[in-house]
Design a binder for this molecule. Structure first.
Ligand code: RAM
Length: 354
C-alpha cells in the first residue's frame, strides 16, 4: 500500500471508522480483552508531558485514562509549565520519592534528564518515553513509544511542502524548543531531504523556535513574514507552532488567497491537532496538517508499563506486546524495534475535506 493510500484511509478513519480515543469511550462495548484484563490496582503510572496546558498532551492523557479503567492502575499527570530541558527533573525526583510504578515522559532533552532517569530506574521505576525520545541516549529508559517512524518524517514534510509550492521558492521551519528531541530529529531529516535534487529550487531560509508557547510561536512566525517577504511556505512540526503560524498568516492576510498574498501566498503546513486547526483548515488559511491520535501513545505506554511491572513484558528488539483493540481501532501485537522503540503507525492528513 502506498503512503498516499495509507493516508487516504487514515484520514477517512480519523473522522469515521477509527474514532479517536477521546470521542467514544472504549470499554465494555468494544475494547476486546478490556473486560478480562488483569487488574493492577496497586500500580501507579505518572505521565510527565513536555509542558502542561498543551492540547496535544491533554489528548494523550485520554489514552492513559482509558487504560487505567481497563487495568485498574492509578494515573496522574504532572509536569512543568514550560518545555525547558531541565524543567522535568524535579517532577521525576518527586516520583522517585513517592515510588511510582512507572513514569511515562515526553522528554524535553536528549541528555539533561538521563542521570535522574537512571536514579529512578535504579529504584525499580519503569521509564517509558512517549512522543519525544532520548534520541541517541535510549539506554536511559526502558521503552520509547512513538507515533510514527521519525526517520521518514523529514522526507515526508519536505515532499508535502514541495508539492504545495511547486518545488520552488523560499520556505522556513518554525519549531518548538531548541532542545526538543523529536522536533530536532525531524528538522535534521528535513535539512537532509531538501538536498535531494528534486528539491533543488526550494530554499530553506530559516529555522526559528516558538518554544511551544502560543505567543512566542506567533511572534516568531510574524518575524519570518517580515524578514522574508517572498516566503512561500512555513513548516511547523509542532502543534503549538503550527497554530501560531496559522494565526500569523491570517492576521497578515498572506495565506493563499488572502488580501495581501503575493502570488500563491504563504502556505503553512505541519503537525497540528485537528480540533484546534479546524477553522483554519475549513477557511483555507492552512491547506493541511498532519497528526496521529496522541491518545494511542498513552494507551500503549500504559499497557507496556503494567506488563513490564508484572514481569510479563521485557522490551527488546523484536519483542512484541499485545494491546487490546479499541472500539474501532485495531491494536493487536505491537513490535518493539531497534533501540527499544515501538512505532505505532503513520500520520493522518487533515484538510478542508475532513
Ligand atoms: C507539540 C509538541 C509535541 C509534538 C507535537 C506534534 O505539541 O512539541 O512534542 O509531538 O507538537
Amino acid at each position: 500500500m502506498t503512503r498516499k493510500s495509507i493516508f487516504a484511509l487514515a484520514a477517512l478513519a480519523a473522522f469515521g471508522a477509527i474514532a479517536p480515543l477521546g470521542c467514544k469511550p472504549a470499554g465494555k462495548d468494544g475494547a476486546a480483552g478490556a473486560g478480562d484484563a488483569p487488574k493492577s490496582g496497586s500500580s501507579r503510572i505518572v505521565f510527565i508531558p513536555k509542558n502542561m496546558g498543551n492540547p496535544y498532551f491533554e489528548a494523550m492523557e485520554k489514552g492513559f485514562q482509558q487504560a487505567s479503567k481497563e487495568l485498574g492502575f492509578e494515573f496522574s499527570t504532572t509536569g512543568p509549565a514550560v518545555a525547558e530541558p531541565t524543567a522535568q527533573i524535579s517532577y521525576i525526583k518527586d516520583e522517585i520519592q513517592r515510588g511510582a510504578t512507572a513514569i511515562v515522559i515526553a522528554a524535553n532533552s536528549v541528555d539533561a534528564l538521563n542521570g535522574t532517569l537512571d536514579e529512578a530506574r535504579a529504584k525499580g521505576i519503569k521509564i517509558i518515553t512517549v512522543d519525544s525520545d532520548l534520541t541517541g541516549n535510549e539506554t536511559h529508559r526502558d521503552l520509547g513509544v512513538l507515533a510514527c517512524d521519525f526517520d521518514t518524517m523529514g522526507d515526508f514534510l519536505i515532499e508535502q511542502m514541495g508539492a504545495i509550492m511547486n518545488y520552488e521558492g523560499k520556505f522556513a521551519i518554525l519549531s518548538a524548543t531548541t532542545d526538543a528531541p523529536n522536533q530536532n530529529k525531524w528538522i535534521k531529516g528535513m535539512q537532509a531531504a531538501v538536498k535531494n535534487p528534486k528539491y533543488a529550487k526550494m530554499q530553506l531560509v530559516d529555522v526559528v523556535y516558538g518554544d511551544d508557547k502560543d505567543q512566542k510561536s506567533l511572534t516568531e512566525a510574524e518575524a519570518l513574514l517580515t524578514k522574508h517577504p517572498d516566503l512561500k511556505g512555513i513548516i511547523a512540526p509542532t502543534t503549538v507552532g503550527v497554530y501560531g503560524c496559522a494565526k500569523a498568516v491570517e492576521q497578515a492576510g498572506v495565506y493563499p488567497g488572502g488580501k495581501n498574498a503575493k502570488g500563491a501566498g504563504v502556505s503553512v503546513i505541519g503537525l497540528g491537532v485537528a480540533k484546534q486547526m479546524q477553522r483554519h483548515l475549513k477557511d483555507g488559511i492552512v491547506p493541511k496538517v498532519f497528526l496521529w491520535d496522541p491518545a494511542e501513545q498513552g494507551y500503549i505506554a500504559s499497557y507496556a508499563a503494567v506488563r513490564m511491572a508484572e514481569g510479563k513484558f521485557t522490551p527488546a528488539d523484536g519483542a512484541t506486546i499485545n494491546i487490546p483493540d479499541l472500539p474501532l481501532t485495531k491494536m493487536g501485537d505491537k513490535k518493539v524495534g531497534k533501540n527499544n522503540v515501538l512505532i505505532i503507525g503513520e500520520p493522518v492528513e487533515y484538510n478542508k475535506g475532513n
